[in-house]
Design a protein around this ligand. Structure first.
Ligand code: SF4
Length: 187
């Protein structure tokens, strides 16, 4: 986690379960940050709303600003067109990460944030290196620094599990872009 003194971080979050431990930790460290929810990959829309509301609830609990950006699922579908049958961690995910991180960085740039971090790689189902590669590509293009936020090691997974239980967080069993079915991996 970066120790930048004057950093104002915009934290891109996908959901409450993946972000709760990071939000609690950064809040306790008195970091200057806000959470941005930009997830046009989540379908159906009712599921998007459910995850958004739950993520907002966590932010309110720790007194952190929660920013919701547009639900641009049409554009997400255009960008990932032709990659529908890719497996999770495949080429579709790289585009999905890149799209969301780049939009968060554009928002950060226009709104006085000095860096962007994310929790997109917190889940053990995700390839963290793939998330980071997409983030550094977006950072190079936007000129907004990317900070790697620790969400897996140093007790963070344990804290995450504890908070999911204690706060009774809604914990979905698929990543976002596919309808729920038996082939879905658990998140
Ligand atoms: S599996 Fe998740 S990260 Fe990959 S494309 Fe779908 S919503 Fe995006």
């Amino acid at each position: 986690m970066s120790d930048g003194v004057n950093e104002k971080i915009l934290l891109l979050s996908c959901c409450a379960p993946c972000s709760c431990a990071v939000i609690k930790t950064l809040a306790e460290q008195k970091k200057d940050f806000a959470v941005v929810f930009y997830n046009p990959n989540i379908r159906p829309f009712a599921e998007y709303e459910k995850r958004r509301d739950e993520n907002k609830r966590v932010c309110e609990l720790y007194g952190i600003d929660f920013i919701e950006l547009e639900y641009d699922n049409e554009r997400w579908c255009e960008l990932t067109h032709g990659l529908e049958n890719e497996p999770e961690r495949g080429a579709r995910c790289s585009i999905c990460f890149y799209m969301r991180l780049k939009r968060a960085m554009e928002y950060a740039k226009a709104n006085g944030y000095t860096a962007v971090g994310s929790v997109l790689g917190v889940s053990r189902w995700k390839n963290l290196a793939q998330v980071n590669d997409s983030a550094y590509k977006a950072a190079e293009e936007t000129g907004v620094p990317y900070v790697e936020i620790e969400g897996r090691k140093h007790g963070m997974q344990e804290l995450r599990a504890k908070l999911i239980r204690e706060l009774n967080l809604y914990n979905q069993n698929y990543c976002g872009c596919k309808p729920l079915n038996n082939k879905q991996e658990e998140k």
